[in-house]
Design a protein around this ligand. Structure first.
Ligand code: PLP
Length: 381
């Protein structure tokens, strides 16, 4: 008997999806290339369909090209950049081991949190927000704490700081037998990154920054040595979903079911990476530098000040100092309302002090740079 027979339930009246047409020049996501959007509207196949298995090989090959690595263990992790980050840290750090993390931005803090949840002990190497790590400080911290794993953020999205001279950090870490994990979320595909040449053991990224792809399948690469450590763990990692020894069954030779891959996101990533390969990775780094350089010249010409000196300026994320007496939130709202343009304010220690203006992937274009300078100039006038 129906106890709710008073009438049929009323379904929510929700109108057809019609998002605003924004230009995305914030800290990510960035504007998605039309070819990537088209790839996402192609039909689904099964995640073990022979056509998809072939496509997985292509994605892995394109990822290796983009990371500049020969690492066999190069895969898209199902989930956002944080999933690839947690796969890296959660598999590499065993309970009771020590991870050295940086304090110079928001994402070093997230590394620490993930290492703790993996059962690790966390030690820190300090630098102020808005500055890179000093290799001498990293060396001292390695000597003092003898960590098993050292993490650093190559492109710190919260501060607009690029960590220069990565080999100085990896050399120091390897001298102390620590494996190196690099956060390359805001550098992959936009800023010079050479995983093999720079001797980075593990790097993870996100697709929604310089690859201009929606979030959902996130690049991860591990050296043989790092993967050996993962595969010889005494205790399984705490996450079943992100256990790389199990994911190996799907992304390795076997191609056996572990979880249902986000097919559409993998399609998108494949197309985004094809665009990287067509442009050429070095040309793409140069385009980011050129277009973000124009953006920088524009904001400086307007009388504003960049937060990072040129030595560690991050082209994909431009931190611009908020002028005295200006409310950054109001300016961001004005450019959103008047120009449909997304830029962002600061986070954490730099909240209220900086605007964060992305220049990433497909969004690193002359038209977007001109629009951003125009809109910001107008809002500040
Ligand atoms: N690391 C850095 C440097 C980031 O900028 C982000 C996201 O902005 C992440 C990690 C986490 O990625 P997601 O937000 O896609 O989970």
């Amino acid at each position: 008997m129906d106890h709710h027979s008073a009438g049929e339930v009323t379904a929510p009246a929700v109108s057809e999806l019609d998002p605003p047409n924004r230009t995305l020049m914030g800290p990510g996501p960035s504007d998605v290339h039309p070819r990537v959007r088209r790839a996402m509207s192609t039909p689904l196949v099964g995640h073990l369909d022979p056509s998809f298995v072939e496509l997985m090989d292509e994605v892995q090959e394109l990822l290796r090209y983009t990371f500049r690595t020969e690492n066999e263990w190069t895969i898209p992790v199902s989930g956002t950049g944080s999933a690839a980050m947690e796969a890296a840290i959660g598999n590499l750090v065993e309970p009771g081991e020590t991870m050295l993390v940086p304090t110079n931005g928001y994402f070093g803090g997230r590394m620490a949190e993930m290492a703790r949840r993996a059962g690790g002990d966390v030690v820190e190497v300090d630098a102020p927000w808005g500055e890179p790590l000093d290799p001498a400080d990293v060396e001292s911290a390695l000597a003092a704490h003898d960590p098993d794993v050292f993490g650093f953020v190559h492109a710190e999205t919260s501060t607009g700081v690029l960590q220069p001279d990565v080999p100085a950090l990896t050399d120091a870490a390897h001298d102390h037998d620590a494996l190196v994990v690099a956060d390359t979320v805001t550098s992959l595909g936009g800023v010079e990154l050479r995983v093999d040449e720079w001797d980075i053991d593990v790097a993870y990224a996100g697709p929604q920054k310089c690859l201009s792809c929606p979030p959902g399948a996130s690049p991860l690469t591990l050296s043989d040595e790092a993967m050996e450590k993962v595969l010889s763990r005494e205790e399984a990692p705490r996450s079943w979903y992100l256990d790389l020894s199990l994911l190996e069954g799907y992304w390795g030779d076997e191609r056996a079911y572990h979880h249902t891959a986000p097919i559409t996101n993998v399609y998108a990533l494949r197309e985004a990476l094809r665009l990287v390969a067509e442009e050429g990775i070095e040309s793409r780094w140069r385009r980011h530098e050129r277009l973000a350089g124009a953006l920088k010249a524009g904001v400086v010409g307007m009388g504003l000040e960049m937060n990072a000196p040129d030595d560690y300026w991050l082209p994909s994320l431009n931190a611009v100092r908020v002028p005295d007496g200006v409310d950054d939130g109001e300016i961001c709202q004005t450019v959103l309302d008047d120009y449909d343009l997304e830029i962002a304010g600061g986070l954490g220690d730099l909240a209220g002090d900086i605007f964060r203006i992305g220049c990433m992937g497909h969004a690193a274009s002359p038209a977007n740079v001109v629009l951003t300078i125009t809109a910001l100039g107008d809002a500040l006038a």
